[in-house]
Design a protein around this ligand. Structure first.
Ligand code: GCB
Length: 556
């Protein structure tokens, strides 16, 4: 379903705000209104809002409840859109189950039938991770165990909207652009139960083309690029409905050891990020989103990876507008627990079907975003295991049947461990911490070890490479001369050493520092107030390394 927007045929009612909230038992069903509850903000994670340890650390189910009343018209249908609720959820209207969400980073869009004058909406969320959820994890003695370090934030993380439209509505729009000299052909596919006509408006508001679903030409097109993220608007209209969808005209191609955007080689400069901020946790927040993007521009970045899950739809829209290139990642993280992960009792056929479904839903959600230039189907899976090959062959082949995007994974498997899936990827991305997790503090090994490994991969696979993670934990305000680990000087020098390696490898087409900003993690001996590898602090202020990157990236 299309993202809810209001216009003369459609109305959107925003249910964000303060809801009722409580921890609940396994078998709870919201037949009656909650009699005991506390107040909770939506959208937000509840973890850093509450003051009780047992609520913050709760592993299991919670319920959110709100009441709403909207104008009802017989000729309209009503739907509910929850941008994301982490991780699994069941949705009840007036005590009746109306649908479920299978993953914490995807929209849930449900038909609302039998609306009354006043309605009670209850969302039961389960935050437990298993081998069949993504991220993967397991619960042992009531404790959540996970392989990934980022905190298992729980809550309704994105907007909750009720929207109305006519029964003859536009359900989906798919826009594909093909550049042909000065002309562009735009292939528009509309799923609808009514006949529609199309108009294309340029950024200045002029109608540049009209037609019906199928191929439409745009003469003298302007391309979408990182320097000029030019967006057109497709207007789809029928007698009963109307929808406007923005799109850009751009071409993405992997050729030899290059990644081409509109036939020009791209060097990816940027970060792996996280949706994470004080108090709100993973709740979508426009002020934080804009601040992040302003800092990305300031530091001269041109790209980021949605490590390790799909980000909010608002962030994707902003990336189109700002002109950032996005490596869009499905939440397949944590698949490297033991020596053997891809076994029938761990990551198995059930996991595989959910993994493929999450690829499908990501493409369905993000297919019209010009910013999305590559799909990452996993972060640091156990791809050294023989059994991982069949598994990922199935995921990658499936992704290729539904999308033209280049496919990658962020690899933790070292070259010498033999990655079983590298030959199936379009770009090889590696996450490496030479001089940090190995040879800790020894800056003299960083450049050579990195260069040596990159060269080994390239000499076997002849594919372009991006280092999608490298970084050092750094406490802002901590200085040392000569540098020591955790100081701002060390982080800067560490990044510089890595960059020296990239500069000596022509096939290395990008560097994504881990991480854009400090973020909350599970508690652990190596994490003092979370992961501190941010080039920006959690308050979103630059550390010393940010100034170095700003200078470096200005000239690349
Ligand atoms: C990684 C993971 C990332 C961690 C990072 C670290 O390899 O992909 O999620 O946060 O290392 O800092 O340890």
């Amino acid at each position: 379903m299309l993202y809810p927007k209001s216009n003369k045929y459609r109305s959107v009612y925003n249910l964000n705000g303060i809801w009722n909230f409580n921890i609940i038992d396994e078998n709870y069903i919201p037949i009656k209104p909650l009699d005991k509850y506390q107040k909770m903000a939506v959208p937000a994670s509840y973890n850093d809002i509450v003051a009780e340890r047992n609520v913050r650390d709760h592993v299991g189910k919670v319920v959110y409840e709100t009441y709403f009343s909207i104008p009802l018209m017989k000729e309209k249908i009503y739907r509910l859109r929850i941008g994301a609720a982490s991780h699994k959820c069941d949705v009840y209207l007036n005590g009746k189950l109306i649908g479920s969400g299978i993953n914490g980073f995807y929209p849930i869009d449900l038909l609302l039938e039998g609306l009354e004058e006043e309605n009670r909406l209850s969302i039961v969320i389960d935050n437990r991770l298993t081998f069949q959820t993504f991220p993967t994890g397991r619960v042992v003695n009531g404790k959540q165990i996970s392989q990934h370090d980022f905190y298992n934030f729980t809550g309704i993380h994105r907007d909750v909207l009720v929207y109305s439209m006519s029964k003859e509505y536009i359900e989906d729009i798919e826009i594909k652009t093909v550049i042909d000299g000065d002309y562009s052909k735009v292939l528009v596919n509309v799923t609808s139960n009514c006949e529609v006509s199309l108009k294309i408006k340029d950024k200045e508001g002029n109608i540049v083309s009209t037609g019906k679903p199928g191929l439409i030409a745009i003469p003298n097109h302007k391309l979408w690029s990182t320097e000029n993220p030019y967006l057109y608007t497709l207007i789809v209209e029928s007698q009963y409905d109307k929808y406007e969808e923005k799109f850009g005209i751009r071409k993405v191609e992997v050729k030899g050891n290059q990644f081409l955007l509109n036939d020009k080689p791209i060097y990816f400069k940027g970060f792996g990020m996280h949706e994470d901020f004080f108090i709100i946790g993973k709740g979508n927040n426009s002020a934080v989103n804009i601040r992040n993007f302003e800092l990305l521009k300031w530091v001269n970045a041109n790209s980021f990876r949605t490590s390790h899950y799909p980000y909010s739809e608002e962030i994707m829209n902003l990336a189109d507008e700002y002109g950032f290139l996005v490596i869009d990642e499905v939440p397949a993280v944590g698949m490297n627990w033991w020596k053997d992960n891809f076994t029938p009792d761990r990551i198995n056929q059930d996991s595989l079907s959910i993994h493929k479904e999450l690829v499908r839903q990501l493409i369905a959600r993000d297919k019209n975003h010009p910013c999305v230039v590559m799909l990452s189907v996993a972060n640091e899976a156990g791809t050294h295991e023989e059994a991982s090959r069949e598994y990922f062959k199935s995921v990658i082949n499936y992704a290729k049947t539904i999308s033209d995007l280049p496919i990658t994974t962020a690899e933790f498997t070292k070259y010498d461990e033999v990655c079983r899936i590298a030959d199936m990827l379009d770009v090889i991305c590696i996450n490496r911490y030479y001089g940090w997790y190995t040879d800790h503090s020894d800056l003299s090994v960083v450049c050579n070890q990195m260069k040596e490994e990159l060269q080994k991969w390239y000499s076997e696979y002849h594919k372009p490479m991006i280092v999608t993670e490298f970084g050092a934990d750094t406490i802002e305000g901590l200085h040392a001369c000569p540098s020591e680990t955790f100081s701002e000087e060390f982080q800067k020098e560490y990044i510089e050493e890595n960059c020296m390696a990239f500069d000596q490898c022509g096939f290395c087409i990008g560097e994504h520092v881990w991480n854009f900003a400090d973020f909350k993690t599970k508690q652990g001996l190596t994490r003092v107030r979370g992961n501190r590898k941010g080039v920006f602090t959690k308050e979103r202020q630059p550390k010393l390394a940010a100034h170095y990157l700003r200078d470096r990236w200005k000239n690349i």
